[in-house]
Design a binder for this molecule. Structure first.
Ligand code: HEM
Length: 162
């Protein structure tokens, strides 16, 4: 892909530890649904700009049926640890979140959630997530608030680099 061999932009260096392909498994919970297990593949890459691009693809652990998919960018404000995540979800949600990268911890909280007019209820109103690298294991934890449930854990996933 054009630009994939470009050197990492200096401003994106605090995010370098995320770059690569990751495979993992996670558990989904929420007060209104049955718990579920899933497998997920993540990729973070860059094309020399002050940001990373990402894709997150999940499948049902038993059936391999594709589930949630997400594509977006993590931008960094050059010279700071301030970041923004812009993400498109296949369930019709668009997310704009901001936060920080501090060492090997990325923390994000949405300030805007967009939604298709024909989106399924309930409506997602907030997402909060962290990515943490612990040794060679990457963890992602996602909290979600809907118009019927306050901010509550939805996903907890653990990945290894492939
Ligand atoms: C991070 C962005 C995500 C958002 C905004 C989101 C949103 C939602 C919402 C609003 C619900 C319905 C909850 C309710 O009925 O009260 C739900 C359920 C569910 N989510 Fe997520 N989700 C996300 C990520 C994921 C991921 C990564 C998976 C991985 C497999 C997943 C799998 C499911 C499943 C299986 C259900 C229950 C069945 C269903 O309603 O489709 N979600 N999610």
């Amino acid at each position: 892909m054009a630009g994939k061999d470009a050197p990492l932009h200096n401003a994106a260096k605090p995010l370098e530890w995320l770059i690569g392909k990751w495979k993992g498994q996670g558990k989904g919970i929420y007060p209104t649904i049955q718990d579920f297990d899933f497998l997920e593949e993540l990729e973070f890459f860059h094309v020399g700009q002050p940001m990373l691009q990402f894709s997150f693809y999940s499948v049902n652990k038993e059936t391999n049926k594709p589930l949630h998919r997400e594509i977006g960018f993590i931008r960094i404000k050059p010279g700071t640890n301030q970041i923004a995540c812009i993400s498109s979800h296949n369930n019709g949600v668009s997310e704009m979140a901001e936060g920080t990268v501090a060492g090997q911890i990325v923390s994000l909280e949405s300030h805007t959630i967009g939604r298709m007019t024909f989106g399924k209820d309930p409506k997602t109103v907030k997402l909060k997530r962290t990515f943490t690298l612990d040794g060679d294991t990457l963890h992602q934890v996602v909290y979600m608030e809907t118009d019927t449930v306050p901010l509550t854990e939805h996903l907890r996933t653990t990945y290894k680099k492939v």
